[in-house]
Design a binder for this molecule. Structure first.
Ligand code: HPA
Length: 235
């Protein structure tokens, strides 16, 4: 049944959904990586599609930016459309000297300045983790295809324009690989609703070096990341 934010029918979504932030990225993925594609959502232009990658049925939908937007779509997909595997495919910044623009980061865990998981967890610190089976498949595929990846902790920030840039040196010294705005919320949702979640990110910004990905770098690393995600799809 349609929900407040998704006007799809039961069965319109596959059990695995790739989740880019940008709905036009969802359209691009559907058009360039999937076959037999059907558009399944257009509420607020948060475009969603279902098609096939080889013989695997898979969906892709935008989430918008930030934990609140990403979380509400994830919750509706899980609870109303039977989605079991949610794979965020996004971009991130980094503050690590040994990480470069275009690198692919797999978020094994997600730290955050958001309060959402404390609200879920009696105000305690919840360790927001990726699903191990999805993580394992991505690592296996990356190893097999010799796609370099970095696996570790990311930081999901509520504020893109942070008033406390001092945080960056702490993130650096604590070994945080990437900075983005959704993973910790997505992992909290997956835990609360017993779904599987994983986040793959391409590095689009080097915050301390003040570097930004060129359109060619964005496209190359994006293609590698999407292929990795699709190759790892499970039912
Ligand atoms: N900060 C937060 N989110 C991001 C960034 C960043 O620098 N780059 C891409 N997503």
């Amino acid at each position: 049944m349609a929900t407040i934010h998704i006007n799809a029918k039961p069965g319109d979504y596959a059990s695995t959904v790739l989740l880019p932030g940008d709905p036009l990225r969802a359209k691009f993925i559907a058009e360039h990586f999937l076959t037999d594609v059907k558009q399944v959502n257009d509420v607020r232009n948060m475009l969603g599609f279902t098609g096939y990658y080889g013989n695997k049925r898979v969906s892709v939908m935008g989430t918008g930016m930030g934990i609140p937007s990403c979380s509400l779509y994830a919750i509706e997909l899980i609870t109303q459309f039977g989605v079991k595997n949610l794979i965020r495919v996004g971009s991130c910044g980094t503050v690590q000297d040994n990480i470069a623009i275009g690198d692919i980061i797999v978020a094994m865990g997600a730290s955050t300045d958001s309060n959402v998981n404390r609200q879920r967890f009696m105000q305690h610190d919840f360790a927001a983790l990726a699903d191990f089976s999805l993580l394992q498949r991505v690592v296996e595929r990356a190893t097999k295809h010799e796609t370099p990846i970095r696996v570790g902790n990311v930081f999901s920030s509520d504020l893109f324009y942070t008033p406390t840039p001092e945080i960056f040196s702490t993130l650096k010294s604590m070994g945080v690989l990437g900075i983005e705005m959704e993973a910790a919320g997505l992992y909290g949702v997956a835990a609360q609703y017993q779904a599987r979640a994983l986040t793959l990110l391409t590095v689009s910004d080097h915050i301390t070096k003040q570097l930004h990905a060129s359109s060619l770098e964005r496209e190359t690393s994006f293609t590698q990341m999407i292929t990795l995600a699709l190759d790892s799809v499970i039912d």
